[in-house]
Design a binder for this molecule. Structure first.
Ligand code: MG
Length: 383
């Protein structure tokens, strides 16, 4: 799959104050824009990087992107015209995938690019999204006029990723009077479904002067510290014909007994993530006494822990899960368990490990009474 990036940097960036437009202002020791160019340039899937800039900023751009290989295209009067100019610039190279990114979001990393590339394997478009934690109100600046439910609302970030042919066609079909805030809206107007992947606090956008310090703390490697969490979980066998481990259904002559789906692998991982961020254990967040969690898919426990981690400004860097049992044989399912875990956590496959072992017929796992799982998770947090 050939991928290309369009980084939209044509805005005036005046709300952020300062002598330079925000996309060229320094953050974490280099121009904001340079962080994103480097992230795309370092990823093996990206063959072309197009920067859409205001021609009046060309000198700033040359300084910010010195030594990096990218093509520049003049921006249009509105953002959608700038994106369209970027898409047209890629016409002759015809990439399979195109990632459209705001220059004012410097916290882009390879994990996010991998997660979006994976999502485009089965969807025409994909974007990172974060849940809304604050209460929402409609207001006139002085008084609240309406309470707005945050049910079902998400905050969508960039890069927004698409199959190139689909988004190009969607932009061509766009009427001048259409109101579109982002590229997801353009794709949706053309009838494409857009998948969401977990967003990242570090992808925050620089809009106002105070955002520089906040985003700098989130992205600058010097201020990130690794926290390692550990989790253990066990479930006993009961009657049944399959077990669920790391989201994968494995046929077996018994099932695992538990209030939820008894996925010991993901329960251990959920506890490891909660452990890294000091958030107690899975039982604190999902009490086994609550009938709501009967038969629950453990994916939601894992996603909840990831959400708490993101709210704390954390980013999962790695996880390692070990399944301990005599039967079923785990090894043939290890890769499926690994890729399901990568999919839910947003980690690159290389950052997820799943191991299996036995206890040589000793102890409760050796007597085939149940399955034990352990996990470690490394979470990077602002220091
Ligand atoms: Mg459990």
């Amino acid at each position: 799959m050939k991928a290309a990036a369009i980084i939209v940097a044509a805005g005036r960036g005046e709300r952020a104050g300062g002598p330079l437009p925000k996309q060229y202002a320094p953050i974490g020791g280099k121009p904001a824009l340079r962080w994103s160019i480097e992230a795309f340039a370092a990823h093996p899937a990206f063959e072309a990087i197009v920067l859409v800039i205001d021609p009046a900023h060309e000198a700033h751009f040359r300084a910010a992107a010195a030594g990096l290989d990218c093509q520049i295209v003049p921006g249009g009067a509105v953002r959608s015209a700038s994106v369209q100019a970027g898409l047209e610039a890629l016409r002759s190279s015809a990439p399979d995938l195109v990632f459209i990114h705001d220059a004012a979001r410097p916290g882009l990393d390879a994990n996010m690019l991998d997660a979006l590339i994976r999502a485009l394997g089965s969807h025409h478009g994909a974007a990172p999204a974060l849940r809304v934690a604050d209460a929402l109100k409609r207001a006139d600046g002085q008084f609240v006029h309406e309470d707005v439910s945050r049910d079902g609302l998400v905050r969508v970030q960039t890069p927004q990723a698409f199959r190139y042919a689909a988004i190009r066609e969607a932009f061509q079909a766009l009427t001048p009077e259409a109101q579109v805030d982002d590229d997801v809206a353009v794709a949706r107007a053309a009838g494409y479904a857009i998948a969401l992947v977990p967003g990242a606090a570090s992808l925050a956008k620089i809009t106002y002067p105070e955002d520089f310090a906040l985003v700098e703390r989130l992205i600058s490697p010097a201020t990130l510290i690794p926290l390692v969490g550990h989790g253990i979980d066990a479930h006993q066998f009961t009657e049944g014909d399959f077990v669920t481990l790391c989201g994968v259904r494995i046929a077996h002559s018994q099932a695992l007994l538990g209030h939820s789906d008894a996925d010991a692998g993901w329960h251990a991982l959920t506890d490891a993530i909660l452990g890294a961020i000091g958030e107690g254990d899975i039982g604190d967040h999902f009490p086994p006494t609550d009938p709501k969690w009967r038969g629950a898919d453990s994916e939601q426990f894992l996603r909840h822990a990831l959400h708490l981690m993101e709210q704390a400004g954390g980013r999962l860097a790695h996880c390692d899960i070990t399944i301990v049992c005599e039967r079923p044989r785990v090894k043939p399912h290890r890769e499926a368990m690994r890729s399901r875990t990568a999919e839910v956590t947003g980690l690159a496959l290389a950052r997820v490990n799943v191991k299996a072992t036995t206890t040589e017929e000793m102890g409760f796992t050796g007597r085939r009474e149940g399955i034990l799982a352990t996990a470690t998770a490394t979470v990077l947090v602002p220091g």
